[in-house]
Design a protein around this ligand. Structure first.
Ligand SMILES: [Zn+2]
Length: 407
């Protein structure tokens, strides 16, 4: 079948053709290299990934329509995954950080308790603490009202105008307030440290020794001190597009603590930690995870160092829900040191907490766009940890609370 003469001629022609193809490819490669160098020189920084020969697809394009602002862009998620909303907590809950009228009327109490029952909130701690005659009236309103076992009062101290003798006087008052029925001290507000002034006009530091008798009295009486220090670190940073709380800071001028006008975040943290260290017998509850919820390693080191420190969960849910695995590990490791608190009493917001703590749900909505522009993931906490978080640790901190309703 084969024709040897014709075969040789065909091979010769192929050799020729291959030579031409090779030459063509070399020219094309040269042109390509020159063009590539040229386009790389024209392309803005970041349009090429390291080691790539060409630009990223679509780099340097401009949109052909106006872009939404950060509050308008609300894409509907196309993710289809199991959904387990939790309208009611799995176990009865003590909220150690609530703000309620003091005194509260029977009418107001009925409204609040109806919401509490739906959510499985068993006891609210009214951390809008007060003292003296008003505290006595507030405690009486609860004890004589329709739900005597559903809300308790904290005492508080007005830290304005501290001078010689202030600490001893405030400590005596605190003792009288606990005698009158207060079960803790707080919420000591962020004003303490940030702006409260002494009688001499200087800023009252958190670790001012004049206040030592107050903390010592809290230890002797066995009551916890709920203290809110500073605010999220972003509130102390420049308000630019790199700031994660940009929208919130744009909405709330009173949440800005610019350097120069206010002590720095770290100054306040250092004063706070010295206060905690100096009173190892006093049990402090750092509200809002001490504003370290976005740095759980740091908070863990603080809890390791200070056995008298507890932390409370108010207003930091978005931080936990964006790191569900790290948060799970943290809640397991420090399961005896974390108490549930919500702060602002908005009943429809509690189920977001229950869902984040109790489920393994993925990528679900948070309730405040200015706290977080991201979605939440469930932490899937074990039962034993949930019980301590919801009521066990609060009962340890406040042994005078009614215990009957807890499993
Ligand atoms: Zn509060």
């Amino acid at each position: 079948m084969s024709d040897p003469v014709r075969s040789v001629a065909t091979v010769d022609r192929w050799r020729h053709l291959r030579r031409w193809i090779a030459a063509g490819a070399a020219i094309a490669a040269l042109v390509g290299a020159v063009m590539g160098t040229w386009s790389a020189a024209q392309a803005p920084e970041g349009d090429r990934s390291a080691g790539a020969l060409g630009n990223r697809p679509g780099a340097s394009r401009e949109p052909d329509r106006p872009l939404p602002d950060i509050r308008q862009y609300r894409p509907e998620s196309t993710l289809v995954v199991a959904q387990h909303p939790v309208p009611r907590a799995r176990y009865p809950v003590i909220d150690i950080h609530s703000h309620q009228p003091a005194p509260i009327s029977d009418e107001q109490m009925r409204t609040v308790v109806a919401s509490m029952d739906r959510l499985n909130l068993r006891i609210l701690v009214n951390a809008s603490g007060t003292s003296g005659e008003r505290l006595t009236r507030s405690v009486a309103a609860l004890r004589e009202g329709p739900f005597p076992d559903r809300m308790v009062m904290f005492a508080n101290v007005d830290f304005r105008g501290v001078g010689p003798g202030f600490g001893a006087r405030a400590a005596r008052q605190l003792e009288a307030d606990v005698e009158a029925g207060a079960v803790g001290l707080g919420e000591i507000s962020k004003g303490f440290g940030l702006m409260t002034r002494k009688a001499d006009g200087t800023r009252l530091t958190l670790d001012d020794p004049e206040l030592d008798p107050i903390w010592a009295t809290a230890a002797r009486l066995g009551i916890p001190v709920l203290i809110h220090t500073a605010d999220p670190p972003e509130f102390f940073e420049p308000i630019d597009f790199a700031n994660e709380r940009f929208l919130e800071l744009a909405l709330y001028p009173n949440r800005r603590f610019p350097a120069g006008e206010f002590p720095a975040f770290e100054t306040l943290m250092a004063e706070r930690d010295r206060l905690f260290r100096r009173h190892p017998q006093t049990r402090f509850v750092a509200a809002h995870f001490g504003w370290h919820a976005s740095d759980l390693g740091r908070l863990g080191r603080l809890l390791d160092e200070l056995p008298n420190l507890y932390v409370e969960t108010g207003a930091i849910l978005a931080e936990l829900g964006r790191q569900p695995r790290a948060a799970h590990a943290f809640f397991v490791k420090y399961q005896d040191r974390i108490v549930f608190g919500k702060d602002s009493f908005q009943p429809d917001e509690y189920p977001y907490f229950w869902r984040t703590f109790e489920t393994a749900d993925e990528y679900f909505d948070y309730y405040r766009d200015y706290h977080a522009f991201w979605k939440l993931y469930g932490m899937d906490l074990p039962d034993g940890v949930l019980r301590k978080l919801y009521y066990g640790n609060a009962l340890t901190l406040m042994p005078r609370l009614p215990r009957a309703a807890f499993p």
